[in-house]
Design a protein around this ligand. Structure first.
Ligand code: UDP
Ligand code: MG
Length: 327
């Protein structure tokens, strides 16, 4: 029977959450009366995740898994899952039940009966999340939406159901530095948003410490906006105007009051300020340069170590044309 819905579930050290998730999602899809496959992606876990996935795939024909050679990150796991999905519709969801499976029938119904290509989800509350995390998150959305032409919806989750057409469009974007929240918006198509309240993880701990979130945010900004690159020119012009005014002031003061040898503290401050701004702007250039550098290497987005699938496509790596490292 043709697969109607493929659910992609990235898992990184989720031995506790997988069995709970499996039971919960099975309870929901049992009533959906269509063929639903679960594609678990083991993102280089160091715990028993792979063994649990092997066991699930052994007892349930609708369960498949892909296992990476190391931790490539959730973005790579999403890409791998989508590349290997055969369903007419694809779903991306977390394994920790923070993305409620009860929404699946509703999402499917909307795509069947209304003229949408995607049903996305948003969290309405951030209760239970540390304040600093919510603050950083809100600030990130404000900044990125000012800088980027692609709207990144505040509170949007990766949890979504997409048509085959939209899935193929997402897969066309085979960039190495991936930021799915931006990619899903960039490809366009009509999205309906469902809202739900934040729930705690069913088991295990978050895999996103603040340090990782910050680098993920930078990924989003550099991936979907080049505005920071203009900052250097803008600051340069502002400093040029300020220094012109100061030069006029110094000439005037010297002509009126002579030339007292003073002012080295202010000079030092100005040197510090200007060199700080210069380093900051060089840093921005460096960020873009490093992303460009990684893109030009055309490295695979992920490398599979093993999978439950026999199809040839699952033995391919994430990027076309580079098959040498698979072995
Ligand atoms: N995840 C992954 N690779 C990583 C980090 C996370 O596949 O390097 C998966 C993780 O197993 C989970 C999902 O991504 O299914 C979301 O992670 P988590 O729940 O830790 O993030 P949070 O909900 O705290 O933002
Ligand atoms: Mg989570």
């Amino acid at each position: 029977m043709n697969t109607e819905i493929s659910i992609i579930i990235p898992c990184y050290n989720e031995e506790e959450a997988i069995p709970i998730y499996y039971e919960a999602v099975k309870d929901v899809i049992r009533f959906m009366k269509v063929t639903v496959e679960l594609i678990f992606v083991d993102d280089g876990s160091s715990d028993n995740t792979l063994a649990i996935l092997q066991e699930l795939a052994g007892k349930d024909v609708y369960c498949r898994y892909l296992s990476f050679s190391r931790n490539f990150g959730k973005e790579a796991a999403i890409y791998a899952g989508l590349s290997n999905a055969s369903g007419n519709y694809t779903v991306v969801m977390d394994v920790d039940l923070q993305d409620p499976p009860r929404l699946l029938p509703q999402m499917y119904r909307i795509l069947q009966t209304e003229s949408y290509d995607c049903v996305g989800t948003r969290r309405t509350t951030r209760d239970g999340e540390p304040r600093i995390r919510s603050f950083l998150s809100d600030s990130f959305y404000k900044v990125i939406n000012k800088l980027s032409e692609t709207e990144i919806v505040n509170g949007a989750r990766d949890f979504r159901m997409m048509t085959r057409q939209m899935t193929d469009a997402v897969l066309e974007m085979s960039e190495y530095n991936r930021f799915s929240k931006g990619i899903f918006q960039w490809v366009g198509f009509k999205t309906k948003w469902l809202e739900f309240e934040h729930t705690e993880r069913c088991a295990g701990d978050t895999k996103w410490p603040i340090r990782k979130l910050i680098s993920y945010s930078l990924e989003g900004i550099t991936g979907f906006s080049v505005a920071p690159l203009s900052l250097a020119s803008f600051v340069g012009v502002v400093f040029w105007i300020i220094s012109f005014i100061i030069i006029l002031f110094i000439i005037g003061r010297t002509l009126l009051f002579g030339d007292p040898v003073a002012g080295w503290p202010s000079l030092v401050c100005i040197i510090f300020l200007v060199s700080g701004v210069q380093l900051f702007c060089t840093g921005i250039l460096g960020q873009y340069l490093s992303k460009t550098y990684l893109e030009t290497k055309h490295r695979p987005i992920y490398i599979l170590k093993e999978s439950s699938c026999s199809q040839l496509q699952t033995l391919q790596k994430g990027v076309d044309g580079d098959e040498a490292a698979q072995g």
